[in-house]
Design a protein around this ligand. Structure first.
Ligand SMILES: C[S@@+](CC[C@H](N)C(=O)[O-])C[C@H]1O[C@@H](n2cnc3c(N)ncnc32)[C@H](O)[C@@H]1O
Length: 272
């Protein structure tokens, strides 16, 4: 049994929540994955683990036959509950507190699952990955986003992370510094809410747990579970690279300096 991190729970409880989820943004995000499409969602039972500000939740819950959301932070669940209720989606939605490392759901329950930016923040990403596949129906698809392994930001992030442990003053100083660097590096990224509060930086730089992964590793994990990676998506980084195209092709650099990647993993169907 993997020991959960109370520190991580507190961290996500305290995370600043920024922009409200909007359906148009949710829909655009859903298009990142080939399955399920928005047209397929109405016949599907979908699970999401790690809800954040409910940006995926809103889109999935709007279209899916049934939506189950689970998070390790009770404050996050409460936030998303209110968010979905304000869109009158509560009837087909169920929200639960728990960890991806030991899902309370029965095996072979869901047609599709999303776990975006979550597994790398847990003490055992592979265990969470296995759990998600376990609760999928045969032939079901798991969509994930994970931090990549080789990227300049990791080195900066790791250095800053250890300095930030010196105290609150160090964390605040570093945040200011990081913001300056990132504003220059990723001028388009949606990192602030309307009040100028930091939305995502705390997660990137100060999450108490952060592991880094490769697509090859995920393929191995999938194979071990009788599943296969059917789709990989690096566009988040390619998009930011567009402005640097004069010196690099997004495709080439994206391979080596991949801050994160998205992947779809298909569980073997019963007949396969
Ligand atoms: C960076 S946010 C990602 C949110 C959302 N998926 C998105 O892409 O906007 C990570 C979320 O995972 C949750 N989380 C962290 N560890 C978890 C765990 N072990 N089990 C379930 N949820 C967890 C956090 O509370 C937080 O809501």
């Amino acid at each position: 049994m993997v020991k959960e991190s109370k520190k991580a729970q507190r961290f996500y409880d305290d995370l600043i929540y920024g922009d409200k989820a909007t359906l148009s943004k949710s829909e655009a995000m859903l298009k990142a994955f080939p399955f399920p499409t928005i047209e397929q969602l109405p016949s599907l039972q979908v699970l999401e683990v790690g809800l954040g500000r409910g940006e995926w939740a809103l889109g999935v819950a709007t279209y899916a036959h049934r939506y189950t959301g689970l998070d390790y932070s009770e404050k996050t669940i409460e936030y998303v509950r209110q968010e979905l209720a304000s869109h009158t989606l509560h009837e087909k939605v169920s929200l639960e507190h728990g960890t991806v490392l030991a899902l309370s759901f029965e095996g072979n329950t869901y047609d599709a699952a999303y776990c975006i930016g979550v597994l790398h923040a847990t003490p055992d990403a592979m265990q969470g990955f296995r759990e998600l596949l376990r609760v999928l129906k045969p032939g079901g698809t798991l969509n994930i986003m994970l931090y990549g392994q080789v990227q300049p930001r990791n080195i900066i992030r790791d250095t800053l992370f250890y300095i930030s442990r010196l105290g609150r003053w160090a964390e605040e100083l570093i945040l200011k510094l990081v913001l300056k660097i990132e504003m220059w590096h990723l001028p388009d990224a949606c990192l602030f809410n309307a009040d100028g509060n930091i939305v995502l930086y705390k997660d990137w730089y100060f999450a108490p747990i952060q592991s880094h992964h490769t697509i090859r590793q995920i393929s191995k994990w999938a194979q071990q579970e009788g599943a296969e990676v059917t789709y990989v998506f690096l566009d988040q980084y390619r998009n930011t690279l567009k402005r640097h195209q004069r010196w690099a092709s997004g495709r080439i650099l994206g391979r080596f300096f991949c801050p994160d990647f998205m992947a779809s993993i298909r569980k073997q169907s019963a007949t396969a």
